[in-house]
Design a protein around this ligand. Sequence first.
Ligand SMILES: [Zn+2]
Length: 262
Amino acid sequence: VVLASAPKCGRCFWCLRGQPTLCEQIGHLASGGLLDDTPRFALNGARVHQLCFTGTFSEVTVVPGIAAVKIPDDVPLGPAALLGCGVVTGYGAAVNTAGIRPGDSVVVIGCGGVGLSAIQGARARQAGQIIAIDRVTDKLERARRRGADVVIGATGAIAAMEAMIGMTRRGGECVFVGMPGAHDTLSLPVLRALIATQRTFRGCVYGAIDIQTDVPDMITKYQNGELLLDEMVTRTLPLEEVNSALRNLTEGVDMARSVIAF
Ligand SMILES: [Zn+2]
């Protein structure tokens, strides 16, 4: 199975309107437990939280059934693990949320696992020019000159999010995917950035996908060679090295994804 942190109950207001990544069950995520707000782990009598319903930094776990997606037996687990988050977030943002039309110019800011997947999604939507930016100034300038049809921000840095607006052409679309801090705010000149320029700002969580249909679909695309996953695994490491993997992620050492193999 692929474990997702965006369970879909299939019954609530949002699920019934085709927006399962807004499912009301998401509200339980902040509890650090499962759908009843309690974790299934404990150490010496104290609760041990399960991040995002999954708690995958352990050899065994208990998850909500609606957060597990069955995949075919012959799919290798390393690349499949990338479909739990990251890849679906970036790919889905480009395919489901951004209104990319064939030939559009697309800028993707932040080229970690999410950004690289957004690039793959833009390619799947037949974008014309795709400019990938990751702290490289000349590319930034190139994107600024005319402005892109669609700008996808796969970074939680507020300065980068503000820069995204200037990179979007008049009438273009800004898609915010990266996760800022819970209390971060965005300040922008409303008339110039939004109204007079008719830009569209869109937020996107978890690629706005339906885990139960889109994850199997993406497995098929992987098997057909349409979606690259193996190339995104920069390192495979044992559970004992989880802390160094997280450190590398924070410091930007790993380009794409580390996979922990049990
Ligand atoms: Zn729901």
